[in-house]
Design a protein around this ligand. Structure first.
Ligand SMILES: Nc1nc2c(c(=O)[nH]1)N[C@H]1C(S)=C(S)[C@@H](COP(=O)(O)O)O[C@H]1N2
Ligand SMILES: [Mo]
Length: 342
């Protein structure tokens, strides 16, 4: 008899999105047309940084408007989807309904509210060139579609936990970051990968705000970058990803707080210097380099013990490494003196 052992990150049945919520999603979207609503996380601190603001701008009129906004440009990679699901990475229950995961976003380049999906449509995503440089055998640039052609494309269902204490679960399409690391051929002296997002204030209104240290920068160690869980995302829900979720290239690091999962990536710099991330630069007392999920280590301004599922609005306990501890805890042995959890 085959006994399947549940992995740590697989949600308990009770935490899955109820069928009813899934069926009601059209109504949620319709209700949004009636006026300002809070699509998720009501009552939570709604920003990573200083602007504690609730998503209260006018929400999308209809579900149809969302799909037509996304379909208005034909994505040249569309024919590659859906990618084959990697069955190692799945969760029990349903993923967050697409209409919710694509309309409740953090993307400060387009503003500090959760309702930026419309503004994000201004970002041109073709041509899109990615630079791979720093401590590598030979720096190079590659177009996103050429990169897709070289990578082991697959779909993975991952949990996502924002430092603001909301969570979701998404079927991401993409490829492991370690495949890009192999393509880059880093030198032995490379200790970190610095992830740099686009800088284009002409289309990204948030980038005119001079108090933010644009572009958005994040970073991981080479060991983290080479771990199978670190996943570069090109799409979601079996299609090319919408711009508000980070198209054409973002990362998913499901054991870390969501702010480490940078969107709109244009550069991977291999370096021997630990990168200072966007949020760390803004508020080093609250955000650090490692940012691994831990319910027992509070944010200086709120507890991390629980999280609100943006689909069900239910509060559920947060788990160490967001449930991926079996996979990633070994990355941190010997580093106990570091601030691993903020
Ligand atoms: N470039 C960029 N990437 C970003 C952010 C951002 O503001 N800019 N926000 C981060 C935060 S705080 C979270 S929680 C996730 C949200 O991803 P989602 O909108 O797909 O849910 O994106 C992360 N990536
Ligand atoms: Mo976040």
């Amino acid at each position: 008899m085959l006994i399947r052992i549940k992995r740590g990150w697989e949600l308990p049945e009770s935490a899955a999105t109820p069928e009813e919520v899934f069926r009601n999603r059209r109504r949620i979207i319709k209700a949004a047309a009636a006026g300002p609503i809070v699509l998720g996380a009501s009552g939570l601190l709604a920003a990573c940084g200083e602007d504690e603001q609730v998503a209260s701008e006018a929400a999308p009129e209809t579900g149809g408007a969302i799909s037509s906004a996304q379909a208005s440009e034909v994505d040249p990679s569309a024919g590659l989807y859906p990618f084959k699901r990697n069955l190692r990475y799945k969760i029990v229950g349903e993923p967050t309904p697409e209409e919710i995961a694509t309309t409740y976003n953090n993307y400060y380049e387009f503003g500090s509210s959760k309702n930026i999906w419309r503004k994000a449509q201004a970002l041109p995503i073709r041509p899109w060139t990615v630079a791979i440089d720093g401590l590598v055998e030979k720096p190079f640039e590659i177009g996103i579609d050429d990169l897709l052609a070289k990578m082991p494309l697959q779909e993975r269902l991952y949990r996502h936990r924002c430092v603001e204490a909301w969570s979701m679960a998404v079927p991401w399409s993409g490829f492991p970051l370690k495949a890009l690391v192999e393509l880059a051929k880093p030198l032995a002296s490379a200790k970190y990968v610095k992830l740099v997002s686009f800088h284009n204030p002409e289309v990204a209104s948030g980038q005119s705000a001079p108090w933010y240290p644009w572009p958005y920068v994040e970073g991981v160690t080479i060991e983290e970058a080479s771990h199978d869980l670190a996943f570069l995302v090109t799409g979601m829900y079996g299609k090319p990803g919408p711009k508000q979720n980070g198209a054409p290239l973002r990362i998913a690091l499901p054991w870390k707080y969501g702010f480490k999962s940078s969107k709109g990536l244009v550069r991977f710099e291999f370096t021997d210097q630990r990168p200072v991330s966007f949020w760390e630069e803004i508020q080093p007392r609250e955000y650090g380099f490692w940012a691994n999920v831990n319910p027992e280590v509070s944010h200086p301004r709120w507890s991390q013990a629980m999280e609100t599922d943006i689909a069900t609005q239910q509060k559920v306990p947060t788990v160490l490494y967001n449930g991926y501890g079996e996979e990633v805890a070994d990355l941190y042995t010997g580093l106990e003196g570091e601030k691993l959890f903020m």
